[in-house]
Structures are given as structure tokens and as C-alpha cells.
Design a protein around this ligand. Sequence first.
Ligand code: SF4
Ligand code: SF4
Length: 348
Amino acid sequence: MGYKLDFEEADRIFDALRDEFEIWAPKRFVGKGRYSDTDIIRYDQVHTAGEIEFHEKSDFPAKEVLTPITETLFYFTEDEYRASKETKKKLLIFMRPCDVHAKYHQEKIYLQNGDFADSYYQRMSEKVKVVLMECGEGWDTCFCSSMGTNRTEDYAAAVREDQGTLLIQVKDEALESYFRDCASASFAPSFVENNQLQVSIPEIPDQEVLTELKSHSMWDEFNKRCVSCGACTLACSTCTCFTASDIIYQENTSAGERKRTSASCQIKGFTDMAGGIVFRDSAGERMRYKVLHKFHDYKARFHDFHMCVGCGRCISRCPELISIAATVEKMAAAVDEITAKRSAEGGR
Ligand code: SF4
Ligand code: SF4
């Protein structure tokens, strides 16, 4: 069913929903951006429709709700542990189509990667209902149509905001009762068909080309340009790496809590091992790892989609203006160069 409502009606519905749900959505934090007088848009709990930023893409993705940058997993003493408390409510999360697709990748890594399911992720993901936010025309760093993530039908409700009016499509019967007093309206979300930014994703035909690509000179550029800050991976909709650390309570050194904190493959030290072994010492090697992971390795492992959903958040966040879209185009040119060279050498 479709409905039309103003913010006042929406706020009454939010009040009713909050008995059952935490409502999470992108929210503007004025003056909290990284440069002076700039804002940041990130996920937070909202109580009113007016708090939601409908018309700009959030700087940080919806994954912030399920896997915050830092969280306590469990508390321990000498001989026992207790899992951290989880919210008792369900989670109603306002998401863009790219965020919905990113959630599939998160689920694959946390829940379906081998025999082990991450119970801390699972207990959160089971509570989620999605409210799809219509994107309009998208933004200049989006390339979701190149990644096939511009559309989804996987949502409980969808919303479009237009000058204080909300058009809502409700697909989940469990949510219908909240809207029974609202005016009916015909609404289904539209999707971005073609982004301004288009990216050609290269097919890497075999292991030999992959090996040559890994030592291609294109990666050297990043030794100078990338400052290894990790901002791109922190803002990435699909990155899942984290590190774990124990906070020990001073009075009793056997009691404390274990926290997990987002980690970045772009930061020096990420691959350090005992004995002084380092796998990716230069920024170029780390960039190569990230790009191939997003546009080759993940798909090779799971046999379905590339990991990147084309949200473009890493492009917006990079202080050195490094664009993953431009980097993938360079990679496509490098793959063509390697395969052409092979053909010229007799198709070996
Ligand atoms: S690599 Fe960049 S564009 Fe791709 S999902 Fe991550 S943040 Fe979005
Ligand atoms: S690509 Fe940009 S955001 Fe990512 S680590 Fe390098 S400088 Fe930082």
C-alpha cells in the first residue's frame, strides 16, 4: 500500500514505532565535518522525520548501525564471560539501495564465511527491517549502475521526501497497522538507471594475467599519493576488517572487556606479523590489495558479485582525491595492455 503524510503525521507514527523499534537514519551533524564549517552526515537514532537527511548521501554507510566503529563484545573475569547486552528492540534502518546490497556482503563475511557465524553480528542483523530511501538522480561519486546495485526489491517500506511531504510504500504487513489513518497514495520508488560516473570493470582472464597485474607499474603512483590514512575503508559500505583488544580493569588484572574496532588494510602495520614479517609494506601494495579484493578476489571466492557496491563514499572521503572509479579504469587499461602483450608474443 502507498501513503502520503506530512512530517507531523510521520512524527506520530515514529512515536508509535519506537515502542517496537529503534529508528536509525542518516542525520546531519552541523559543523562536525573534517574541515571548518563543514557538516558530516552519518547514522544515528532519530525521533522525528525532520532529523533525517533525505537529500544528500551520507558520508558514512548504514553498516555503522550493525557494526559500529568500536563496540564491546563481551566482559570477562578469571573463569567466565558475559556477552555485551544487545538492544531488545528491532531495528528500522533507512538505507539507500547500495547499502541494502552492501548488507548482503557483510552477511556473507560475518555469517557465511566458513563454519563460523559471528554471533554479535547475527544478533543485530536478525532485527533489521529496511526503509528504502529513494536516491533521485544520485550523486557525482556514485557508480551503482556499473556495479548492478542501483535497484532492490528487498525492503519493508520505501520513502520519498518532497518539501515536507513523505510518500511511503509499505510492503511489510507488520508495518501496515502504523499507517492505517494516513491518506492513500500511489507510490513506488524509482531507481537511478545510469550514473554520471560509469566504470568499466575489467575481467581478469587467468592467473598469469593476475600475477602480471600485481606487479604492474600502475600501483607505484599510490606510493606518493596515498597517505595511508584509512579514511576510505572506514567509510566503505562493505569493508569488514576489525581488530580486537582487551581493556583490563586496573583493580583486577584478570577482569575486563573485549572490544572490536574497525581496522584498515590501507594503514601501515595492518599485515605485520611476529618475526618482523610484513606482507604489504608500501602504500601502492596496500592499494593493489584493496582494489583487487573489491574487484576480483571476493567474487572469485564467493562466485557471485564484486564486493564494491559503487556507493562512492571512499571517493568523497579521500583527502588525496584518490578515486577508486579512476583506479579501476586504470586497472582495466593495464589488463588490456597485459593481454595485448601476450597476444603479440604468440598467445601464450
Ligand atoms: S570501495 Fe568505495 S565505492 Fe566501493 S563499496 Fe567501498 S566505499 Fe563504496
Ligand atoms: S586512498 Fe585516500 S583515504 Fe584511502 S588510505 Fe589512501 S589517502 Fe587515505
